[in-house]
Design a protein around this ligand. Structure first.
Ligand code: PLP
Length: 452
């Protein structure tokens, strides 16, 4: 008898789940559970035998698709040889060294200026570390007043105290008492919601940044953090000149640029790093998700030699985590990167992204579709109460995403304004068509209901 055949029946699992598990964003009163048991490629199967088409790549992380035996074998082989070793103090191991070297090479093959890597267990932890590094960089150079962090509307950077504070989702900051503070929020480019031309947007936002720097004082600002393309905000790409021009202002004022590439790296936008596509060289880059395609929780912070030289000075960088540079995580990441390279998934992301964009565009005639947009293999359907006013649904699109899942088996993600898609980079054309058909089916019904 296998371990699987001993697994409790779906209803029993759901009942124990209700009694024991605290889920993010699930009210205790809600009974429904979707108990996933296996996955392959872009398909997932639940305990009742229902299959789903995963247009979310898990949480936007499974670049290579589900169920890759090669990655499981890499993990097993590493666990048999050396399951865990620390990278604190002078301890190290071959896997962390190889992965750090590979990440730096990938960055330098693009435009990146990264030279050193600090490993984390995930995205939030990486953001915490990057913000600490930015402040520590200035502190060690005697600029102890440089403590403010610039961030942007609509951003999501994680669930820690600092990463939650620089995010723009009130659920991460409301209900916990006083905020850490020293955060200034700039406007993020959101062409559809702003209703402006791209050129007007960049000029406006560069002026806003200059004004903020003048009012806070450059000598008090440590860093600006941003997602190259806002993911949770609604898969929103900026105008092409936005990041280069923002980076130029920051450089001029000695403010570090922290790019949160937790979602956008490792092929998601057709490059190893979105910064390469956008022509910017961040001082610090936060990575996670696609680094292992979710087969192991691992993240990394890349930094330039200039930052590394300062923060690794006297006493070394003063912060670390038990799982930093976990050997099994690093072995999994190497196997995952091998697949991305061998199967040319960077090119696949652009090709499939273009196809997805074309198919999503067919939804534009529906009255509740404000626009559809795509950048690499990140895409969104902006849902509006009515398109001329561009007003979002007050309740967001979360229930719509659930309805698409329950009625058609297509997994998309809800959000404050848009339905979002970021499928595995291995999604086929037929699966793209199936995903869009699922969205269309529910959105058509949604209009009829709304009109009734
Ligand atoms: N940064 C971005 C852009 C993200 O989308 C996320 C998570 O979705 C995070 C940071 C936080 O990562 P984690 O959930 O691994 O802590």
């Amino acid at each position: 008898m296998t371990a699987d055949s001993l697994a409790p029946a779906p209803e029993a699992l759901a009942a124990t789940d209700r009694a024991r598990l605290v889920h993010p964003f699930l009210p205790a009163a809600q009974d429904k559970r979707v108990v996933m048991v296996e996955g392959e490629g872009c398909r997932l199967r639940d305990a009742e035998g229902r299959t789903y088409l995963d247009a979310t790549a898990g949480m936007w992380l499974c670049q290579v698709g589900h169920g890759r035996a090669e990655i499981a074998e890499a993990a097993a082989a590493q666990m048999r040889r050396l399951e865990y070793a620390t990278t604190f103090w002078d301890f190290t191991h071959d896997r962390a060294v190889a992965l750090a070297d590979r990440l730096v090479r990938l960055s330098r093959n693009g435009q990146g200026a990264a030279e050193r890597v600090h490993f984390t267990s995930g995205g939030s932890e990486g953001v915490e570390i990057a913000l600490r590094m930015a402040r520590n960089f200035h502190h060690r150079r005697g600029q102890t007043e440089r403590t403010w962090i610039l961030t942007r509307t609509g951003s999501y950077h994680g669930a820690g105290y600092a990463s939650g504070e620089v995010s723009d989702f009130p659920c991460y900051t409301t209900g916990f008492g006083p905020h850490p503070g020293r955060v200034h929020r700039l406007t993020a480019p959101y062409p559809y919601a702003m209703g402006l031309d791209p050129e007007q947007i960049t000029d406006l936002l560069v002026d806003e940044l200059e004004a903020a720097v003048a009012s806070i004082g450059a000598h008090r600002i440590a860093a600006m953090i941003g997602e190259p393309v806002q993911a949770l905000g609604g898969m929103i790409a900026p105008p092409d000149d936005y990041w280069p021009r923002i980076a130029e202002v920051l450089r001029r004022h000695g403010i570090l640029l922290v790019m949160d590439e937790v979602v956008t790296a490792f092929g998601r936008v057709g490059h190893w790093f979105a910064a390469d596509r956008m022509g910017v060289r961040p001082d610090l880059t936060v990575l996670s998700k696609g680094l292992t395609s979710g087969y192991f929780p691992l993240g990394a912070v890349l930094m330039t030699g200039r930052v590394a030289d300062v923060v690794t000075g006297d006493g070394g960088f003063p912060v670390g985590h038990t799982y930093s540079g976990h050997p099994t995580g690093c072995a999994v990441a190497m196997a995952n990167l091998d697949i991305i390279e061998r199967e040319d998934l960077l090119a696949a992301a652009d090709r499939t992204g273009a196809r997805l964009a074309a198919e999503l565009a067919t939804l534009r005639g529906l009255p509740s579709v404000g626009e559809t947009r795509q950048y690499g293999l990140m895409a969104a359907v902006e849902i509006v109460r009515d398109s001329p006013t561009r007003d979002p649904l007050p309740e967001g699109t979360y229930a719509l995403a659930d309805e698409i899942r329950d009625r058609t088996g297509v997994l998309v993600r809800g959000g404050p304004r848009a339905l979002t898609l970021a499928p595995p980079l291995v999604m086929s054309d037929a699966e793209v068509t199936e995903a869009v058909a699922g969205i269309a089916e529910v959105l058509s019904g949604f209009h009829r209901r709304a009109a009734a």
